[in-house]
Design a protein around this ligand. Structure first.
Ligand code: ADP
Ligand code: ZN
Ligand code: ZN
Length: 752
């Protein structure tokens, strides 16, 4: 028998299958998905690899085929189903097979199992009594003590025996050898879900909820598997709907994966699931220890849990019979991986579901353009939930034009409307959230005379001043003291101008001295659980105002918040990115959705310098449809996703001239591929739609990070498949051209 092995080396040239003979000693035990040790290369270096298949025939010269050395002791096994998914990911997102395999294997190494030991008496009562007498006669006190305890209780916890009875291991061993007792070990899995008190909330579903739950159930029970998109306003009760759907699936003996952005994966949320599904719920997140994470995977594989909740990587939970994948906040950019293979969890989930006969449910208050586009074309089934579950009204939204504020002499970061509403809420003892689209005490440092901006010498990004007076680079950590004189023109008018969360906190405290203010941003959430602590303090009404960045607008339910202020709403519009309108609309809508989730109606104030921009106008009107129509027209016109597809080929090197030259060659080669593709398509197919367009090499926004130069080439095409073809050929091209040895190439499909 022979095994197909993927070698664990990060190198395109070795990204193929190597066949090895399976020696008899391990023949029976070896399965696809196992990690093995194999001899590799001329020196037969021992190296790790993964078995992707087993066959009876060998495609190579038998005399040259080597033997597998061993099955790796520490290795974790990959499910055969997930190997197939990895192959699909490699094909559709680029990178090597080993990178794809490691992606579907969220835990790389076996962790020591936690075991519980017990002693069990093997003798009957009479023999036991006689044995006790014997020990007493011989004055073997420890043995007698243990024997007496076992006669009282024939099964004893090991811990109790060693700690409470002060019996040592040699004594236990001696009795074991005499056949008096058996030492049993049982593996126990670590369970990271902290148990909560109280039963699940009894609710009566709204008509909208009942409709969605019913439709899903009908499909599911009749064997129909689909992808559904729930477009439901914040507070419409989507999570309750997911839980009912999961119940349907679990009742069929199947399992469900629930993806939630890590930041929204709060104790509150996990508890809602726990109250419904009890100990059959588990979580995966980056805060778990390796041992805990390993155990969650083993529990899932062993069928000990039905529901796995976690961020993107939980998608690869090795359930034996997967029935449903839920992706909450489906529009979140964190669902796209930033490491090769740069997969999107939405597409990958749909694929995994297809392969394993499961359904997919996507949910969002502001669905991504991709999801809505597919829903409109009938690829996904669309459900609308337009009302809040407890009939609360949506927040009233005020847009404030900050240019007008300035004209009328108001220079504060807080507009008059916002200040007025804040005073009112503080008076009424209601809570306020102020959201700023930015991090740190202040933004970049620039010269008012000549416009010079202080940048990181390694990264081509501006440095930010922190409260300690140090300027830092957020990419590499480089720091230098703040400067007081412009290095370009010598002017003293150099400083930082943009407001940050810390500064807003100060302004609020100055303007409302009695208000209790909490701040949540990158700086205050560095420590473990800091995030959770700030949110629960605010939920417990230990503060009146919460100031923060993006992270405060994500999925939390604060019933006493009746005012949300969005400062610098348009900040996110000015990024050079075709998704900036979508991002802005989502942020503003989610922020407004934070207000008035309890009994009292809420209000939101959006401060902007660009009130006429459609993303801001439609967000203020809370009109998703209008936004979608406008945005999809723009995407279609420009040929951007989801109307068409985009492939970014990232090139990076420490050698700038080499990089420039490599990119020129690469572009010329890609153009040649496209021309030959077009020539091939003359049999009456739509030529227009088969073509592709190349842009660049361009700046990826930041031209240098940690002294590595970067360029990017964009390729636009109507068909995703065409881009996959270009990727395949480009990969071959760089593999055979040694000029690319010092240039790192990465592919990013439909970049975010
Ligand atoms: P979403 O996920 O759409 O934001 P949730 O499912 O979190 O909405 O619901 C918001 C709040 O309303 C939660 O506290 C939830 O328990 C409650 N809720 C949901 N549906 C109902 C209902 N039918 N009746 C009463 N309360 C409900
Ligand atoms: Zn200057
Ligand atoms: Zn830097």
């Amino acid at each position: 028998m022979f095994a197909d092995v993927i070698i664990d080396i990060q190198h395109e040239k070795l990204d193929k299958i190597f066949q090895y003979r399976i020696p008899e000693a391990i023949g029976e035990k070896l399965e696809a998905g196992m990690e093995v040790i194999v001899p590799f290369g001329k020196g037969n270096r021992q190296i790790k690899g993964y078995v992707t298949g087993i066959s009876e025939t060998c495609d190579y010269d038998l005399s040259k085929v080597k033997d597998i050395a061993a099955i790796s002791e520490q290795g974790v096994e990959i499910e055969a189903k997930l190997i197939a998914l990895a192959a699909w990911m490699k094909q559709n997102y680029g990178g090597t097979m080993i990178q794809a395999l490691k992606t579907v294997l969220p835990i790389k190494q076996k962790e020591n199992a936690k075991v519980k030991k017990r002693l069990r008496l093997l003798l009957d009562r009479d023999t036991g009594e006689r044995q006790l007498h014997y020990y007493l006669e011989k004055n073997q006190k420890a043995r007698a003590r243990l024997m007496a305890a076992l006669l009282d209780d024939p099964v004893l916890e090991y811990e109790l025996v060693t700690k409470k009875l002060n019996i040592t291991m040699p004594v236990i061993r001696a009795l074991e050898e005499q056949g008096v007792l058996a030492l049993e070990t049982e593996q126990v899995f670590r369970d990271p879900v902290k148990k909560a008190e109280g039963p699940a909330k009894q609710i009566t579903f709204t008509d909208e909820q009942r409709h969605v739950i019913g439709r899903f159930r009908e499909d599911y029970l009749s064997g129909e598997r689909k992808t559904y998109l729930i477009h439901g306003v914040t507070g419409s009760g989507k999570t309750e709907v997911y839980m009912e759907m999961i119940q349907t699936v679990v009742d069929q003996g199947k399992q469900a994966i629930v993806l939630i952005p890590e930041i929204a994966l709060t104790y509150q949320t996990v508890m809602r699931f726990y109250r419904k599904f009890g100990g059959r719920v588990s979580i995966m997140n980056s805060r778990l220890s390796p041992g805990e994470r390993y155990d969650q995977m083993m529990r899932a594989r062993a069928g000990e849990v039905d529901v796995m909740i976690g961020p993107r990587s939980a998608l690869f939970t090795p359930f034996p019979d997967l029935g449903l994948i839920v992706i909450d906040e489906e529009h979140e950019p964190t669902y796209k991986s930033e490491q090769t293979p740069r997969y999107h969890a939405r597409e990958t989930a749909v694929r995994r579901a297809q392969m394993e006969g499961a359904s997919v449910v996507l949910g969002s208050a502001t669905p991504s353009m991709e999801a809505m586009y597919r829903a409109r074309r009938g690829e996904y089934e669309l459900f609308e939930m337009k009302n809040r579950s407890r009939m609360q009204k949506m927040a009233e939204v005020y847009t404030v034009d900050m240019r007008e504020e300035l004209k009328s002499g108001s220079r504060s970061i807080l507009s008059r409307k916002l200040s007025e509403l804040m005073a009112d809420r503080l008076e009424k003892k209601e809570q306020i959230m102020l959201f700023l689209n930015r991090r740190g005490y202040s933004g970049f440092v620039s010269c008012r005379e000549c416009g010079y901006v202080v940048k990181c010498p390694h990264c081509d990004v501006s440095l930010s001043v922190h409260r300690d007076g140090i300027m830092r680079c957020h990419y590499c950590g480089y720091e230098q003291p703040r400067i007081t004189e412009c290095p370009e023109c010598g002017s003293r008018y150099i400083g930082e101008f943009r407001a940050g969360t810390q500064q807003i906190e100060d302004i609020v405290k100055a303007q409302f001295p009695d208000a209790r203010v909490l701040r949540m941003d990158m700086d205050t959430t560095r420590q473990k659980d800091a995030h959770e602590k700030i949110l629960s303090a605010f939920a417990n009404e230990e503060a009146d105002v919460l100031v923060g960045t993006q992270m405060i607008v994500k999925g939390h339910d604060f019933p006493n918040v009746t005012l949300v202020g969005v400062l610098a709403a348009d900040m996110s519009l000015y990024t050079a990115d075709y998704r900036s309108g979508e991002r802005t609309f989502q942020l503003l809508t989610q922020a407004a959705g934070r207000a008035g989730r309890g009994e009292r109606p809420g209000a939101a104030v959006i401060q902007t310098y660009d009130p006429g921009h459609y993303a801001i106008e439609t967000a203020a009107a809370q009109d998703y449809e209008a936004f979608y129509e406008e945005e999809i027209r723009y995407r279609e016109l420009m040929g951007y996703p989801p109307a068409e597809h985009l492939l970014a080929v990232h090139a990076a090197s420490e050698d700038q001239p080499l990089l420039e030259e490599g990119c020129r060659y690469l572009k010329a080669y890609i153009l040649r591929i496209i021309r030959s593709m077009e020539r091939g398509g003359t049999d009456g197919r739509d030529r227009e739609r088969e073509g592709a367009q190349v842009i660049g090499p361009a700046s990826p926004g930041i031209d240098k990070i940690k002294d590595v130069y970067r360029r990017v080439i964009y390729i636009k095409a109507y068909e995703y498949k065409a881009l996959v073809g270009i990727k395949d050929k480009t990969e071959q091209y760089i593999e055979i051209n040694t000029g690319f040895n010092k240039i790192r190439i990465q592919f990013d499909f439909d970049p975010m």
